[in-house]
Design a protein. Structure first.
Length: 213
């Protein structure tokens, strides 16, 4: 699971039909066109979790998203050869609206936000992303060679978000990007943190931001 440079894995979208699930949660068929429903001015750090679509996702998370997510986590645990794995309880929802908006308001390393360097990030879009609406990242810590990682629906980008600078550029394409990202941690490398998540307002520990399966 731990590699220095970002890489992609695939999953079965028949078995884990997240696009359909998320479309139903949003009450809108074409996730690429969510920006047509409601306009938002440029979302800054404090506002990038505040759209009506975030509200719909977090309200329906337990009933609509969680069961399939747990199945995927179990599969990943087996694929990476762990008996137990620690996973992010609620994947973070992101929307990067077309018409020049951002999905995350700031370029950063996750460790600036109290994340441990042993956490591994999984970035999973529900649309086919393009250069303009996807995540940008350096390939090695502080190398500064930023590039767009285009990820298709059915693929997951795996990377070390605590160590690599990442962010996004204004989405100048005509398609909105909808994604979630979550973290998996090897239980042997897990270090709880009394400090917590600024978005979720829970501690970085099992029973809070994380669970073990
Ligand atoms: Fe991040």
């Amino acid at each position: 699971m731990y590699l220095l440079t970002p890489y992609k894995i695939t999953y079965d979208t028949q078995k884990y039909p997240f696009k359909k699930i998320v479309s139903e949660m949003m009450e809108f068929k074409k996730l690429e066109y969510l920006h047509l429903l409601q306009h938002y001015d440029l979302l800054v750090r404090e506002k990038d979790q505040s759209t009506i679509w975030h509200k719909r996702y977090y309200e329906k998370f337990k009933t609509d998203f969680l069961p399939t997510y747990l199945e995927l986590v179990k599969e990943l645990k087996e694929r990476f050869g762990y008996d137990e794995i620690i996973y992010q309880t609620i994947p973070t929802f992101r929307v990067q609206l077309a018409e020049g908006n951002l999905g995350v308001g700031e370029w950063h390393k996750d460790r600036t936000y109290n994340h441990r360097t042993t956490e591994v990030n999984f970035w999973m879009p529900f649309v086919n992303t393009n250069q303009s609406n996807t995540i940008w990242m350096e390939s090695k810590e502080d190398k500064g060679d930023y590039r767009a990682y285009e990820v298709k629906y059915g693929d997951i980008l795996v990377f070390s978000g605590a160590n690599l600078y990442h962010g996004n550029k204004p989405n100048e394409s005509n398609e909105t990007r909808v994604s979630v990202d979550f973290r998996l941690v090897d239980p042997n490398k897990f270090i709880p943190n009394e400090a917590g998540s600024i978005n979720m307002k829970v501690k970085f520990d099992i029973g809070g931001y994380f669970e073990k399966i």
